[in-house]
Design a protein around this ligand. Sequence first.
Ligand SMILES: Nc1ncnc2c1ncn2[C@@H]1O[C@H](COP(=O)(O)OP(=O)(O)O)[C@@H](O)[C@H]1O
Ligand SMILES: [Mg+2]
Length: 356
Amino acid sequence: MIDEAFFRHIVAGMRNGVLAYRRDGSLALINDEAYRIFGVTATDADLGRPIADVLRDHPEVVRVLVSVFDLHMLPNRAELRLRPSGKVIGYTMALVRDDAGTVIGAAMFFKDLTRVEQLEERERLRDRLAAVGEMAAAIAHEVKNPLAGIEVMAGLLRRKIADAPEAHTLLSDIITEAKMANAIVQEVLEFVRPIRLQVERTTIRQAVHSALQLADSKARRGHIEVDVRVPEALPEIRGDQHQLAQLFTNLLTNAYEAMNGKGHVTITASTSHADDGAEGRDVVIVEVADRGPGMPRDIAERIFAPFFTTKAQGSGLGLAIVRKIVDAHDGGIDLRTTPGEGTMIRVTLPIRGIEE
Ligand SMILES: Nc1ncnc2c1ncn2[C@@H]1O[C@H](COP(=O)(O)OP(=O)(O)O)[C@@H](O)[C@H]1O
Ligand SMILES: [Mg+2]
C-alpha cells in the first residue's frame, strides 16, 4: 500500500507542473514546478482558494481549466502561451472521478516548452544558414578562378611593359586588389565549409606558435611586440591543431590591425576548472590581449556576427570563424574591451576535448 504522504512526494518531485482543482473551482493541489512555471509565489493559503484567484495573472489558463468540465474531448498535448512571461506550456488535462465514477475535479499536467521552442527556432536558423552558406560557397568557388586569372595576367602584363612606370603602378594595384579579393573569397569558403575536426593530442603552445607565423603573413605587424606566456607544463588537449592555429591567427590578426603597427600583444594560457553543469570540467584558458583602441559596447556586441566589420577592407568573418572553431571544440569565448585601453579575448577549451 502506498500511503498518502508518498503520493504527495511523487507530485512534489514531478518535473512536470501539476495542478488539480475541484468542480467548484477551488485549488486542490499544486506542485513547486507549477508555481515556478506560472511565476506565482506559493502561500500556505493557496489550497482551497479559487483557481481564478491563485492564477489571477493567467486568465487564459483559468479559462482552459474551468471549461474542461463542458468538453467531450479533453485536450491532450495542447499548447498555450502565457501572457505575462511569453512562456509556452504544453499541457494535458484529465478528469478526477470518485469511486462511483462521478467527476469531482480535474487536473492539468504541463511542461515549460520555451526551451524546446528555442531549440526548434535555432534548428530552423541553422537550416537557413546552411542554405545561404551553400550559395556563398558556390559563388566564392566561381569567383576564385577568374580572380586568380586576373592576378596572373596582370603579372604577365607587368613584365611585358617593364619600361612604362605608370602602367606598372596601375598593374601592381590591380594585383594587390585581386589578392585582397581572393583573401576574402578564401575566408568566405572557410566560414561556410562545415568543420570536420581532425582531433589529435596537441598543445596550445604549438597552436600559438603556428598562429604567430600565419598572422605575420596576413596582417602588418610593424613594431608590435608579442608576449607569449604559455607555460610549457600546460597539459595537452584533444583538438584540431590546424583549426586551433587558425583560431589564434584570427585573434592575432585583429589585434595587429587594431594597434596600427606599434604596441603590445599578450597571449596568456592557464588551466582552470569550469563549473558548467553537473560535473564541471578541466579547461585551458587562453587570453589574447591588446592595447589597441578597444570597442564601444554596441560594436562589441556584434563582432562575432558573420560579415560584421568596421574595416574598409574587412571581410567580417575572422571572428565568425573563431566562434565556429570554438563551438566545434565545445569551448567558450568571451571578451573584455574598454575604449581607449584595449581588448582581451578569452577562449576556453576543454582539456579532454571532443570525440571524433
Ligand atoms: N582586437 C580588437 N580591437 C578592436 N576591435 C576589434 C578587435 N577584434 C575585432 N574587432 C572588431 O570586430 C570586427 C570584426 O572582426 P572580424 O570578424 O575579425 O572581421 P574583420 O577583421 O574582417 O573586420 C572588426 O571589424 C573590429 O571592428
Ligand atoms: Mg579580422
